[in-house]
Every structure is written in structure tokens, then in C-alpha cells.
Design a binder for this molecule. Structure first.
Ligand code: F6P
Length: 546
């Protein structure tokens, strides 16, 4: 039987500590502790984390590290890396870390050296990507591929799309990457109107090769293709990435053109596997290798650094501090890098599908809150949309700022403006503006006393709003790999702290089953006994319109 987090001695100590800490002001913490930035920052795998703008002190961190030890972070981490079947509800190992392990390492799971399997697939991906990129892989008209369409959803979409966007500076100039995920035909239809079947390569990406959206889009893409090319041309235009060889064959793709992965790779952790094929095609295999190396560097750090200097552990503990002691219900991700525009969406699946759970590993109800809502957008865009709420709203929402010190472009002035905004926002969240400061500003502008009284509450910023800042020198394949692995491990640590299985996702099943029933009723015979009046009413309106 697991120990509920509420009964952990360190958790209880943190509760007493919080009774004091909730009154602290970040301004005071900085004034009292000049070395705060140096003392509350850490570097790993070419990433730098400043966590000094958080409502914590040395004692807080010591108590949080005690909580991590009490909850068994280190043995659970070692069990994951060793290939133990820690995904208990699916009886699977969790080995996305093996996907980025060097060739000369070895890890046996169920009598197989999984590292050798991983590199055997990489050895097939390399020549394939080289043929497509060099123009040797030809479409049915004898022309080189110009457009690559990844059809997949969830983890078979979010990761590759995010990474292709993040690393677009490295993209092959002839290849345009497209991602189709939604079962809404508008998604595929809009794309098919743009691409030339002669020069388009479809990647059907699905771990299970049964996902409704992906299979429907894949069949429609094949039907469209066959109105242009012949069935014998399909192998030149359709490849698959999956764990399900039989279903790939049944779809009509030769397993020769299939890049496999394994059940021990969770969908939302699969970007490092053959699911990353679009990334390798876009940026080239050597760069993809750098991406893997960046992830591996973060793995090494996570495995070996003491908890006190362990970046994913620190990030996870700070998240728990806000979620479970300050009752923060969400976490905002603010990448100050346009190319990371898909990163918040990627993290939504990673974090919320992993830790959006209400029962513990042993099936008992959780006694404390688990995963917050994760959301965000790139800076500076977010500043002109929802940052108002972050500064002056009634909820305190922690923010993770992410920025690269060097720009990926040569436009004068833009990068300094971007970084200035990033740093200014975290400073403003931390300091706020007191009523006295707001009043002094208005007095300096010679405003009337009545106007000052009226406006002072509106111009006051409470401050004391926490944030982390993650910096990298530049956004490269390696630093992106480290960043993704950082958040993967953070998610893992939080899952262990809360006691949940971060690697299943039963919560998405119910809607899928109900959708199947309703779909047959929209086009076939309605079954009103199955539903409530709302659902029946909606079905009836849709049937009338169809
Ligand atoms: O949303 C549920 C889910 O199973 C995700 O975990 C997964 O990433 C996605 O569907 C796609 O699954 P598949 O790769 O099997 O098509």
C-alpha cells in the first residue's frame, strides 16, 4: 500500500513552513539575500535555470528535497532507467531514455538489448532521410520529394511538429513539412489542395495504427493519391511509423517502408523514436543525432546530480510547492522564442496526459492535488493577451520563461528587445508596484489628488508572483533535446511525488468509445435509449442537417 503524500513527514513540515512562507514578499527575499541569484540557479546540459524569483528560501528547498527523498525519487528514477515495468497498469517498461542512449551502451529488457534495437532502427532512418534529402528518393513522376505530410495525432504529432518548428533554421530548403492530425476533414482537405501528389511523401505515424483520426486521414490521403498515381506507386509515397506491423501491412504499406518502435515508448515520449522521422528529414540525420545527444546529456545529469543540484528535480519540486501548498491551479509556459511557439502545446500533452490523474498507482484516490493546467504562448505575444491577468488577476499563476541568449536571425535590435521584455516581465511579476510607487509616479506627472486616489488601486501591482527562467545559449538541436528531456523528467518526478502512474492515459478512452457509438448513430439508426436528452437533441439536430 502506498503512503499518501499528506502523511509524509516532509509534507507536513512543509505545511507548517508554508504558514510562514505564504507571507513572504519576493522583494524582501531579494533585499535580504544579495546572492539569491547565484544560490538559486543551476546549470545542466547547456541549460541554465534561474529559480530565484520563487517564494522560497533555503529551508523551503531543504524540506522539498526531504520530500523528494521520502517519496523515493532516486530509486524510482533508477527503476525507470533500468527498464523495470513502472507503467504498472499497462505492464510496460518506460524507456524513452533508451532512445537517446549511445550505441555502446546496453540495456536488457525481456531478454533483448533494447539499445541495439534502437540503433538498428536509427541505422535505417539515416539512409532513408539521406535519400529523401539528397533527391535520390523519387516520386512516381521521377521527381524529388518536395512535401512531407505527417499524419498522426497526440504524441505522433505534437512532438515532431514542435521540433520541426523549433529547428526550422536547420530545415532542408527543398522540403516543406506538413502535419495533419484532426479528424475534421478541413485539416487534410486544405493540405491536399496545396500539394502535388507526384512530389509528396506521406508518413503515417501511429504507435497503435488504430487511432481513429489517423486511420481516417491516412485512408483519405491514400484515396486522394490513387486518383493521381497508381497502386504500384504507393511505396514511393507512403511510409509508416508504428509498433503494429500487422496493421501497417493491412493498410497496404510494405513493412520494408515501416520504421518501428516499441511498446515501452509512451506516445507523448516518442519524439526520440522513429516518430521523430519528420524531424530527421527536415534537419538531417546528424542534427537529429545532436537532438538525441542533448536529451541524453539531460538524462546523465538527472541520473547523477545530487537532488540539490538536479534541474528536473528542482523544477518539479517548485511546481509541487505551488500546486500543493499555494493551491495554484495552472502553470503558464512563456517561451521568448518564436520558433518555440508549439512548445506550450507540446508540454500540455506531456504534463497533463501524464499527471492528470486522480488515483495513485495502487488505485486509491489521491489525497492531494495533482497536475495543474499547463498553457501558454510565445512572448511577447502573450504580454498583449493574457499577461494582464498574470500581473493583476486574482489567481497567482507561476510562469516558466524560456529564452535563448543568441538570436536565430540577423535583424538588428529585435533580440535585445525580446530579451528585455522577457527579463522585464519576470522582474515585474516579482516586484510589482506598490500603491506608494504608483502614487509617486502620478504625482510626478502632476495629476490631481482626486485622480491619483481614483487610479492608484488600478495602477498598483501586487507583485510576489513567481517565475522560473530557463536560458540557453542558442536554440539548437542539442539544447532543444535537453529542454524536452528536462520537462520529461520534471513530469516524471512530479508523478512520483504525487504517487501516480505518469505513463498510462485511460482518461482518453471513454470519449473515444462514446464517439464510436454516436458516429454510427449519426449515419445509421439512432439509439435514444443510450443517451440523455441533451446528447439525443444534439444528434437529432446533426442528423437533420446531414
Ligand atoms: O490521446 C491518446 C493517445 O493514446 C496518446 O497518448 C497518443 O499519443 C495518441 O493517442 C496517438 O496514439 P497513436 O500514436 O497510437 O496513434
Amino acid at each position: 500500500m502506498r503512503q499518501p503524500i499528506l502523511t509524509a513527514a516532509a509534507f507536513q513540515a512543509l505545511q507548517s513552513h508554508h504558514a510562514d512562507a505564504r507571507h513572504w514578499q519576493l522583494r524582501d527575499l531579494f533585499n535580504e539575500h544579495p546572492a539569491r541569484f547565484a544560490d538559486f540557479s543551476v546549470e545542466a546540459a547547456d541549460l541554465f535555470l534561474d529559480y530565484s524569483k520563487n517564494r522560497l528560501n533555503d529551508t523551503t528547498m531543504q524540506l522539498l528535497f526531504s520530500l523528494a527523498r521520502e517519496r523515493g525519487i532516486e530509486p524510482r528514477r533508477d527503476a525507470m532507467f533500468a527498464g523495470e515495468k513502472i507503467n504498472t497498469t499497462e505492464r510496460r517498461a518506460v524507456l524513452h531514455t533508451a532512445l537517446r542512449a549511445p550505441r555502446d551502451t546496453m540495456l536488457r529488457v525481456d531478454e533483448r538489448n533494447v539499445i541495439a534495437d534502437v540503433h538498428a532502427v536509427l541505422d535505417r532512418i539515416q539512409p532513408f532521410t539521406e535519400r529523401v534529402r539528397s533527391g535520390l528518393w523519387l516520386g512516381y513522376g521521377g521527381k524529388a520529394i518536395t512535401d512531407i505530410v505527417n499524419i498522426g495525432i497526440g504524441g505522433s504529432y505534437l512532438g515532431p511538429k514542435m521540433a520541426c518548428q523549433a529547428l526550422r533554421a536547420y530545415a532542408h530548403p527543398r522540403l516543406t513539412m506538413h502535419f495533419v492530425s484532426n479528424v475534421d476533414g478541413n485539416d487534410l482537405d486544405a493540405l491536399l489542395q496545396k500539394v502535388n501528389p507526384e512530389t509528396t511523401l506521406f508518413i503515417i505515424a501511429s504507435k497503435t495504427f488504430t487511432t481513429l483520426e489517423t486511420m481516417m486521414n491516412a485512408h483519405s490521403a491514400r484515396t486522394w493519391f490513387l486518383t493521381h498515381g497508381a497502386a504500384t506507386d504507393l511505396p514511393k509515397h507512403f511510409v509508416a511509423v508504428s509498433t503494429n506491423t500487422d496493421a501497417v501491412r493491412a493498410f497496404g504499406i510494405d513493412p520494408e517502408n515501416m520504421f518501428p518502435f516499441w511498446d515501452w515508448v509512451g506516445g507523448r515520449y516518442s519524439i526520440w523514436s522513429a516518430i521523430g522521422l519528420p524531424v530527421a528529414l527536415a534537419i538531417g540525420f546528424d542534427n537529429f543525432r545532436q537532438f538525441l545527444a542533448g536529451g541524453h546529456a539531460m538524462d546523465q545529469h538527472f541520473r547523477s546530480a545530487p537532488l540539490e543540484q538536479n534541474m528536473p528535480v528542482i523544477l518539479a519540486l517548485i511546481g509541487v510547492w505551488y500546486r500543493n501548498f499555494f493551491d495554484s491551479t495552472s502553470l503558464s509556459i512563456a517561451p521568448y522564442h518564436q520558433d518555440l511557439s508549439d512548445f506550450p502545446g507540446y508540454l500540455q500533452q506531456l504534463d497533463m496526459e501524464s499527471n492528470g490523474k486522480r488515483v495513485a498507482v495502487d488505485g486509491t484516490a489521491l489525497d492531494a492535488a495533482s497536475c495543474p493546467v499547463v498553457w501558454g504562448d510565445v512572448g511577447t505575444n502573450g504580454q498583449h493577451a493574457y499577461f494582464q491577468l498574470l500581473h493583476q488577476g486574482t489567481d497567482v499563476i507561476p510562469v516558466d520563461f524560456i529564452a535563448a541568449l543568441k538570436p536565430g536571425h540577423g535583424l538588428a535590435g529585435h533580440h535585445a528587445a525580446l530579451l528585455a521584455n522577457c527579463f522585464a516581465q519576470s522582474e515585474a511579476f516579482m516586484r510589482g508596484k506598490t500603491s506608494g510607487e504608483a502614487r509617486a509616479e502620478m504625482q510626478a506627472q502632476h495629476m490631481t489628488a482626486a485622480d491619483i486616489d481614483a487610479l492608484a488601486p488600478h495602477k498598483t501591482f501586487p507583485g510576489n508572483r513567481p517565475s522560473n527562467t530557463i536560458l540557453m545559449d542558442a536554440l539548437t538541436p542539442a539544447t532543444l533535446g535537453a529542454l524536452v528531456a528536462l520537462y520529461e523528467h520534471k513530469t516524471f518526478v512530479q508523478g512520483v511525488l504525487w504517487g501516480v502512474n505518469s505513463f498510462d492515459q485511460w482518461g482518453v478512452e471513454l470519449g473515444k468509445v462514446l464517439a464510436k457509438n454516436i458516429q454510427s448513430e449519426l449515419t445509421g439508426v439512432p439509439q435514444p435509449d443510450r443517451h440523455d436528452s441533451s446528447t439525443n437533441g444534439l444528434i437529432a439536430r446533426a442528423r437533420a442537417a446531414m
